[in-house]
Write a protein that binds this ligand. Sequence first.
Ligand code: 13P
Length: 250
Amino acid sequence: MGMSGKLMVGNWKMNGSLAANTSLLSELLSGMGGVNCLAAVCVPATHLAQAQSLLAGSALALGAQDVSAHESGAYTGEVSAAMLRDFAVRYVIVGHSERRQFHGETDTVVAHKAQRALAAGITPIVCVGESLAEHEAGQTEAVVKRQLAAVIHTNGHCISEIVVAYEPVWAIGTGLTATPEQAQAVHAVLRAQLQAATAHSQRVPILYGGSMNAGNVAGLLAQPDVDGGLIGGASLKAPDFLSMLKAASR
Ligand code: 13P
């Protein structure tokens, strides 16, 4: 069993515009009554300034979707942890499967990104998850353990300050969700791995991600080691995301 309050994080991915963000965030903020879970939105880097100002003083925390593994310097196009910190970013997603798949991020790069975030006082949301082929080959446990092991190896006792997100790649944007039992089985493996690495593993939330929606959220969150969600598509629709935040607030 993990932390007591649930953590629900929206990942907007490469969606939004100044106009669309204004309406989405104002709709979310006006519907937050009765929400008592922890909640955040991870916005594109170009929208951090806008989101910081719209979310200031609210119960919705600000997150980013990626951070450089480097501190500063000649890394064209990259955004450093210190730059994120300037916008009061609380969370940053690292190692999302879309970055591993389309941008060549290795376990080692992901571990260093988590380290940069931690050093800047930003909580990294470390994503792990197996592909469809790995799932079908029965390699789920081995893959997620290898991915988390790299982060533990690089960050040592600091991993008590991370968030882990289990996102089976075959469930992302596909409408196929892991069953609550499938998610719990993997979360229990990750929990045991965290327990072996730190005395404070109980404070590490383990989120589920992959086609989480208003209909399946309650069943997933009812599992003992599912401490919240990382939500893509459904986080772009205010009524859907709000109903998920409410389900997590019970
Ligand atoms: P979907 O909720 O759109 O499947 O995306 C999940 C995800 O990748 C969140 O990071």
